[in-house]
Design a binder for this molecule. Sequence first.
Ligand SMILES: [Zn+2]
Length: 410
Amino acid sequence: MGDMSLVEEVSVARGASPRQHHVSISAAMLVLAATLSCGRGNPTIPSDATVLVTPASILLVGAGETLPFVAQVTDASGATLPLSVEWSTDDPAVARVAADGVATAVATGTTRVEATVGSISGTALLEVWVPPEVESYEPGQTHFGRASYVEYVVGELPIVISAPHGGSLVPDEIPDRTFGVTTRDLNTEELSRSIRKALIARTGRAPHLIVSHLRRTKLDPNREIAEAAQANPFAENAWAEFHGFIEVAEDVVARDFGSGLYLDIHGHGHDIDRLELGYLLSQDDLSRPDEDLTVQSLVDKSSLRSLAGTVAITFGDLIRGPASLGTLLQDGGIRAVPSSSEPDSGGAPYFSGGYSTTRHGSRDGGSVSGIQIEHHFPGVRDSEQNREAYAAILAESLVAYLEVHFGLVL
Ligand SMILES: [Zn+2]
């Protein structure tokens, strides 16, 4: 994203209108113009003048990244004064700031950015986050993003699991989201860890696991960034880390296995206690008879798109035939839709897959296909015992699924 968009987004997040923001930029232009054309010192500074620096609080990610700060000097009546300011930071090891107010990130830390004219000054807070360099991601390592909002446990199976909605952190630096769904998927982080444990128990190897620890009131990783992070730079960074770690994991899987499976783990509150497997196919799509399900237009919109191109069975069978994930689970005693016994939701509410399944499945390319798994609560994620019993069945189903469809023997 561009730096200016960050400035504007933070201004908006802090309650200033875009119009006010525009005014402050114009004022800075005036200051600049006055400085350039006159080339002399500031005229007399009224004792009641103030300096406002925007953005007031901002995050820069990555050494060398830049961001323009703007200073507005006003008198007591609020009128802009055509005065030029001098810029400084109190920790140049964290960030430098040039004479035009453009800050450059140096190293992880926090510094004040100060604009001074005569004896008055205004300040802003600048945090720099430089992600640690990782030469290679080794199985068993755990990597955290900034402030430990996002966790990546590196695995070695061709399976990537993400848990976007089970987090509980509510840091003050991220205001509550004001639109979109904020309901937490209770126990889905714990469930994801149970699935990881069950796969280790079954195969001796771990899947990749990516967890958002932020409560959904602060971040919804399963949405486009605008709705997910609502213009807060700290939430935006966590969103980028969440998806970045999934992409790292999928790169490792593709490198080591050629293909693999991504699972986005959720919890639903629908009336019917059954898993809802999301392939980006709607209830309307699934209500078609099998022969109408196996059509290229549905393959092309599915999160199993690349897998569908490599298997010998029909697309309909891949989605709800005897070796579909839904039917394998159903054979293990877990009710799921779509499956051979529940080919569609029967008109009941059904989650077909969200942003992450779209982005990290194979609809738009890549060799890692994806499935969103929405879990009901009773018997599946309500207690540790039930989570572990279900996870063992899912692990067994996934081992069979990867062998039959991907040719990967775990
Ligand atoms: Zn969810």
